[in-house]
Design a protein around this ligand. Structure first.
Ligand SMILES: [Zn+2]
Length: 291
C-alpha cells in the first residue's frame, strides 16, 4: 500500500512539473507555438514589447549591436517580472550619421517608417493592441515619437507607447569619468559588461578618443544634421576604459524597473484607445465638433 502510494505520488509530481513547464510561457515571440502565442497574448493583456536597437560602431571596444543587445537584455528581464510578449530582434532605425563607419546598416527614412508601421500593424493584427516600443538607440529619439504621432493620421485599433527613457540614473556607484558620456562611454560600456561581458574589449577602449571635438561654432538652439559627426566623428563619446560591472548593474536595474513600471501602467491603461477612437471619429467631421 505504502509502495503504491509512493508510486502514485511520484507520478503525480512528474505530471505536475510537466504541467508547470507547459504553463510557464516564454516571453519571446519566436519561441512560442501558435497555440502558446494565443495564450501569451491573453496573459499579457494584449501588451507586447518591441525592443528597438541598431547596428552601428560603438567606439573601438564594443560590438556593433550594442544597442540591440542591451535593449533586449533589459526588455526580456522586464518581461520576466511582468509578463509581456517580446517581438524578435528589430534594428531598422535611424543611423545615417554612422554610414562612414564599418558595419553600419542604415535603411532609408521611407523604409524605417514603413517597417515600423507594418510591424506594429502585424503585431496588432495578432492581438497586441498595446505595443510598447522600448528604445535602445539615441538616433531613434526623433523617429519613434514622430511615428507614434503619425498614427493619428488615420484610425488604428491599437495604441503605441514609447519608453524613450534614460539608461543611466542618479545615485549608485560613483562615476570615474567626468565629461560627456553619450556613446560607448563609461555608462554604456558598463551596461554591456552586464548584458554581454564576453563582447566587451575593455583593453581597446583607449585606442581612440571619445572626447567632444566641438568642430561647429553655433548656438545650442540651432540644429544641423551633421552635429553628431562634428562632435564625435569616431562614434565614441566618453571614456569606456573606466567602466565597471557595478555601475552597469545599477543602470540595468533602473532601466529594467522602468520597463516593468511601463508594462504595468500600460496594462491598466483603458483611456488611450478610447481617446484615440473619439479623436478619429471627430476628425472625420471637424466642423461639427464643439468648440
Ligand atoms: Zn549605443
Amino acid at each position: 500500500m505504502l509502495r503504491r502510494t509512493t508510486i502514485f505520488l511520484s507520478v503525480l509530481l512528474v505530471s505536475l512539473s510537466a504541467a508547470n513547464a507547459q504553463t510557464k510561457l516564454s516571453t519571446r515571440w519566436e519561441e512560442l507555438t501558435a497555440a502558446d502565442f494565443r495564450q501569451g497574448v491573453q496573459q499579457s493583456k494584449a501588451t507586447c514589447l518591441l525592443p528597438f536597437g541598431i547596428l552601428e560602431k560603438h567606439g573601438p571596444h564594443l560590438p556593433l549591436g550594442t544597442d540591440l543587445l542591451n535593449v533586449r537584455y533589459a526588455a526580456l528581464h522586464a518581461a520576466d517580472q511582468e509578463y509581456a510578449v517580446v517581438f524578435p530582434e528589430y534594428y531598422f532605425g535611424q543611423i545615417f550619421e554612422a554610414k562612414h563607419e564599418p558595419g553600419t546598416v542604415a535603411y532609408s527614412s521611407e523604409l524605417q517608417l514603413k517597417m515600423l508601421q507594418e510591424t506594429t500593424d502585424e503585431m496588432a493584427r495578432n492581438g497586441c493592441k498595446k505595443i510598447i516600443i522600448v528604445n535602445g538607440h539615441g538616433g531613434n529619439e526623433s523617429l519613434i515619437p514622430y511615428f507614434a504621432q503619425s498614427l493619428l493620421n488615420k484610425p488604428h485599433d491599437y495604441v503605441v507607447y514609447a519608453v524613450m527613457g534614460e539608461r543611466s540614473r542618479e545615485g549608485g556607484p560613483g562615476k570615474k569619468s567626468t565629461g560627456i558620456d553619450y556613446h560607448a562611454g563609461e555608462n554604456e560600456t558598463s551596461n554591456t559588461m552586464v548584458s554581454h561581458p564576453d563582447l566587451v574589449h575593455l583593453e581597446r577602449a583607449r585606442q581612440e578618443s571619445g572626447a567632444d571635438q566641438k568642430r561647429q561654432n553655433l548656438p545650442d538652439f540651432v540644429y544641423t544634421g551633421i552635429w553628431w559627426y562634428a562632435r564625435f566623428p569616431d562614434h565614441y563619446s566618453g571614456d569606456g576604459s573606466v567602466a565597471t560591472k557595478e555601475l552597469g548593474q545599477w543602470n540595468m536595474d533602473g532601466w529594467i524597473a522602468s520597463i516593468v513600471e511601463s508594462i504595468r501602467a500600460v496594462k491598466n491603461d483603458d483611456v488611450s484607445l478610447k481617446l484615440q477612437n473619439e479623436f478619429y471619429e471627430k476628425s472625420k467631421h471637424p466642423l461639427e465638433t464643439k468648440p
